[in-house]
Design a protein around this ligand. Sequence first.
Ligand SMILES: Cc1cc2nc3c(=O)[nH]c(=O)nc-3n(C[C@H](O)[C@H](O)[C@H](O)COP(=O)(O)O)c2cc1C
Length: 348
Amino acid sequence: MRTALTDLVGVRHPLVQTGMGWVAGPRLVTAAAEAGALGILGSATMTPDRLRAAVREVRSRTDRPFGVNLRADAGDAAERVRILIDEGVRVASFALAPSRELIARLKDAGVVVIPSVGARRHAEKVAAWGADALVVQGGEGGGHTGRVATSVLVPQVVDAVAIPVVAAGGFRDGRGLVAALAYGACGIAMGTRFLLTSDSTVPAAVKAAYLAASVTDVTVTTKVDGLPHRVLRTPFVTALERAGRTRTLVRALRHAVAYRELSGTGARRMLRDGLAMKRGTDLTWGQVLLAANTPVLLRAAMVDGRTDLGVMSAGQVAGVIEDLPSCAALVESVMAEAQATLRRLASG
Ligand SMILES: Cc1cc2nc3c(=O)[nH]c(=O)nc-3n(C[C@H](O)[C@H](O)[C@H](O)COP(=O)(O)O)c2cc1C
């Protein structure tokens, strides 16, 4: 199936495995790329050295194109962009809108820039700054998420911008791909569905918690890091929501210290990142401090398997996923179902 996405990045199928912190490492990305999708490394939780090593590891295992997801607001975003350029990465994906300068640097070096957005005005802004395409994530999507549903947001953005749009939030199968194409998108991006594959390194106990969840077990909370975050509702998330302000801040401070070690971020850089994050928003310092909660709590689940102490970011679609196929089997079934759906629609 040829679309603007397959043409732009040179993948076989119009499918993206999104960058997920602690989840989308070299193994998952290689498996997605080999299956013919665009695999994207989640690098927000890696040190720059680890990012370089991860890129080289994927490159050594596949010659297919792949991407790297970055935090546009990170103080060392420019250094990370240099790594992408040095290492010849095909696609730069961004959580939050990248600056005009970062987009220009990447494009000058021939890297395809595909930011993720959750609102029309962000889509219009990065399109005007030269982004090549967009991942547009509706509110049912996992992780940090907006309030507008995919079924409303995707056609709204398709109408508002002139660049290709990849639909995200709530997708898992071929029917969804055809629906996204009908809205005017050029493909679908999936996070939760790729997390729930046999190629993902997420511990079995964590995968089991996702598989056991129903659609109403997936909730949005602002208590992890101050921003709306779609996660599995667990007793731990309920406890976070009940915790008073002081306990929340003490926990956040502890996590900020742990995050410094995990990400290799020095105290001055963290302060600079915090200032950048605060600027132009109405976040309090408490909320900025809370931002360190996400990588630390996500790691507890996704790496250490602590379903009791970690946060499990999840799309609503987790409630209807019941198996753990390989990436190859998943991609094959999505594409086969999409073709069958198109035939069914054509035959009236
Ligand atoms: C466990 C998890 C971690 C995530 N981490 C990131 C991240 O580091 N950067 C990012 O841009 N998006 C992140 N996301 C969002 C996904 O990239 C993707 O946009 C979203 O999962 C799409 O919705 P879906 O889960 O319904 O497929 C994460 C999502 C999940 C489920």
